[in-house]
Design a protein around this ligand. Structure first.
Ligand code: MN
Length: 264
């Protein structure tokens, strides 16, 4: 499937004034939050030098925002760039972009409900991407969004053997989005995971708790048979807990800004 259909090209009216890479004042709150999201995900151990977080432009669903190719802890507002859903930067101005930006664009294309995406290699999640017999499931209320078992993307099904395991084009991104389907989290075999949500604060929360759930599930599996959340519990707990994500965001943001100030 090509990711370069004419429908991907944003309407001229919605991008005029931005094509030259001018300021994105209309979304300055969003840019501030995206900078914070980068810092939080670094401080919480979800992103290190690698991985990325994006947000869809709420005023233009055919665009998303993402920082240039750099370590998330070091991101500031001037590093935020605008992309079309096919992964083309609108205001590159010579800046390098992430190889795996197609993860984000193809998920935004496939899932109109998704407003923010985190792709990471958070270490406790990776084991569940390589052992089919042990699916990652919601083990506690805080990670109810994982549901009854996260789908696993097998890149060999699309790219064949010998790939870099990286999602470096629209075809691979679309295949990943198909595996994600209606879930909130997709594991990527031998690589990492991608989590989605209808907002930036919620996707940061989910990325942190995907790692917590994986760690907890690994620990519990050593003790014996696990009682996971039931389908009904995952639904009720997800709605109850995720109404509270702003509390975590406020705390994590303060902690992260203290942490990243050491790198300035
Ligand atoms: Mn990756």
């Amino acid at each position: 499937m090509s990711g370069c259909q004419p429908s991907d090209v944003p309407k001229a009216a919605s991008t005029q004034g931005r094509q030259g890479g001018g300021p994105l004042d209309a979304n300055s709150d969003l840019i501030r939050d995206l900078v914070s999201a980068n810092h939080i995900l670094f401080d919480q151990g979800v992103l290190d030098a690698f991985g990325h977080v994006t947000v869809r432009d709420p005023h233009d669903s055919q665009h998303f925002l993402m920082c240039r190719n750099m370590a998330p802890a070091l991101v500031s507002a001037e590093d935020i760039m605008r992309f079309r859903l096919d992964g083309t930067p609108v205001n590159a101005e010579g800046r390098k972009v992430y190889l795996e930006r197609f993860i984000h664009g193809e998920i935004y294309k496939a899932r109109p409900d998704v407003m923010a995406v985190v792709h990471s290699h958070s270490p406790s999640v990776v084991p569940f991407s390589v052992v089919r017999a042990s699916p990652l499931r919601a083990i506690c209320h805080m990670a109810a969004f994982i549901g009854m078992g996260a789908p696993v993307f097998e890149i060999r099904d699309t790219a064949g053997d010998g790939s870099s395991l990286l999602v470096t084009d629209n075809r691979l991104g679309a295949a990943l989005a198909r595996t994600l389907a209606d879930s909130q989290l997709v594991l990527m075999r031998g690589h990492g995971s991608t989590v989605v949500a209808d907002g930036l604060k919620k996707v940061v929360y989910r990325a942190v708790y995907a790692e917590v759930n994986a760690r907890t599930q690994l620990q519990a599996s050593r003790l014996g048979t696990i009682t996971f959340l039931s389908p009904a519990e995952t639904q009720t707990a997800m709605e109850a807990v995720e109404s509270q994500v702003a509390r975590a965001w406020d705390l994590w943001q303060k902690k992260a800004e203290l942490a990243v100030s050491q790198y300035k």
